[in-house]
Design a protein around this ligand. Structure first.
Ligand code: NIG
Length: 402
């Protein structure tokens, strides 16, 4: 089955050449993109969709979410807006609610959040464990996550649960808990921050998870300067997320990690800096220095960080809008960070087959047909019309999802 999407006013490919085509068309065959070019040259297909002069982008790649949870933390947001600061301790509230929720309900809640994201143009999603914090509940979270999203990250090292010794808990995270989640996850993460895990504990977690064959990511430099970025680069993590408080040395280390990168082959990849602007606003932290990072040569991702404590939104459009209006990224840079950048952070940006999956986050022949048609003639409208729901249609792996 092939579908021709034609009459595209602006086709923002986010491909290797950063091409933006005007008056374009594209053909989807099965789950892949099989052709793109000028609308006047489009081949015949089994069916045709008239894009009506709208803009077509890659679907959003949301590379940082925490969707496996139950409960509500509205009161914390109210307290923050009244002047209190965010502390990692709120994670325990969600852990309590999550532990007492059935598999069926946790799955239903997560599926609802995924559906909400897809309806806004997200076509590839990562999510984490981290609200179980004991062996059974982390394994259960990982198993449920593996049924509802594309990529699963083990975040047993999210918070030391009440009543446990931090060193003993770190042993558990590196031992029996890791073994229990291992069949369901591709990535591991650690919240390396004051109030969560120290540098030494984080190092132990990263080492054990790397030894277990997992790709690495780090929550780092969210609430203050610290060792998160340095550790992420040292361990060759695919991404370090939050990055609000960076020293000059942190920026240099991230930039240096990309100095030998070949974007064509993917060889010599560095550590993506993942900015989470919705979280920054909701916690009243300074926005991550995305402009400075890009100027230094760091590859950037934008993600929603959808979670009940610091960022209860799955709106990637909101993140893109904020990145343009407040972080001084161009529209093209912000869309790139929310598509190709997310794919890079998940190691899914290149090749036609990676572990049986096609490249995501950019529009090119052979890539997965993950497409987002805006109800606007150009992507600039994402910043020009803030807050307006602009998603007109979504294809996920070639299937119309909205
Ligand atoms: O990415 N920073 C750590 N983890 C989440 C927040 C978790 C929570 O407060 O529930 C985040 O912001």
């Amino acid at each position: 089955m092939s579908t021709l999407i034609t009459n595209i006013a602006e086709l923002m490919t986010q491909d290797a050449e950063h091409r933006v085509l005007k008056n374009a068309a594209l053909v989807v065959e099965g789950e892949r993109i099989s052709w793109l070019g000028p609308a006047a040259d489009a081949p015949a297909a089994d069916e045709a969709v008239d894009a009506g002069g709208r803009a077509l982008l890659p679907g959003w790649v949301d590379s940082h979410t925490h969707l496996i949870f139950a409960g509500d933390r509205t009161a914390e947001l109210e307290a923050r807006m009244a002047g209190e600061s965010y502390s990692a301790g709120g994670i325990a509230v969600t852990t309590g609610a999550t532990r007492s929720t059935s598999d069926f309900d946790l799955t239903r809640l997560a599926m609802g959040r995924v559906a909400e994201a897809v309806s806004q143009g997200t076509t590839y999603l990562e999510t984490k464990t981290g609200y179980g914090l004991d062996v059974d509940n982390e394994a259960r979270s990982a198993r449920i996550a593996s049924t509802v999203v594309d990529e699963v990250t083990y975040l047993g090292a999210h918070l030391v649960p009440d009543g446990m010794d931090a060193e003993e808990y770190t042993d558990l995270v590196c031992g029996p808990m890791l073994a229990a989640v291992r069949p369901f996850v591709r990535w591991a993460d650690v919240f390396c921050e004051r109030g969560a895990f120290t540098e030494d504990q984080s190092r132990r977690v990263l080492q054990a998870c790397r030894d277990a064959g997992l790709g690495l990511r780090v929550h780092g430099n969210q609430l203050g300067e610290g060792p998160g970025v340095r550790l992420a680069v040292e361990f060759g993590a695919a991404s370090v997320d939050h990055v609000n408080y960076l020293s000059a040395a942190d920026v240099d280390a991230l930039a240096a990690s990309w100095s030998g990168w070949d974007g064509g082959t993917g060889a010599g990849r560095g550590t993506v800096a993942t900015c989470l602007p919705a979280c920054d606003l909701s916690t009243r932290q300074p926005l991550a220095p995305g402009r400075e990072l890009l100027d230094a040569g760091v590859q950037l991702a934008l993600a929603s960080n959808c979670n009940p404590g610091t960022s209860y939104t799955s709106s990637m459009a909101f993140c893109v809008t904020t990145a343009v209006l407040q972080m001084r990224l161009s529209v093209h840079e912000a869309v790139r960070a929310a598509t190709y950048g997310g794919a890079l952070a998940l190691g899914r940006e290149s090749g036609n087959d990676v572990d049986g999956e096609r490249a995501v986050g950019s529009i090119a022949v052979g890539h997965r047909a993950d497409l987002h048609l805006l109800n606007a003639p150009s992507a600039t409208h994402l910043a020009y019309r803030p807050g307006i729901p602009l998603t007109h249609a979504v294809w996920r792996a070639g299937v119309r999802a909205r």
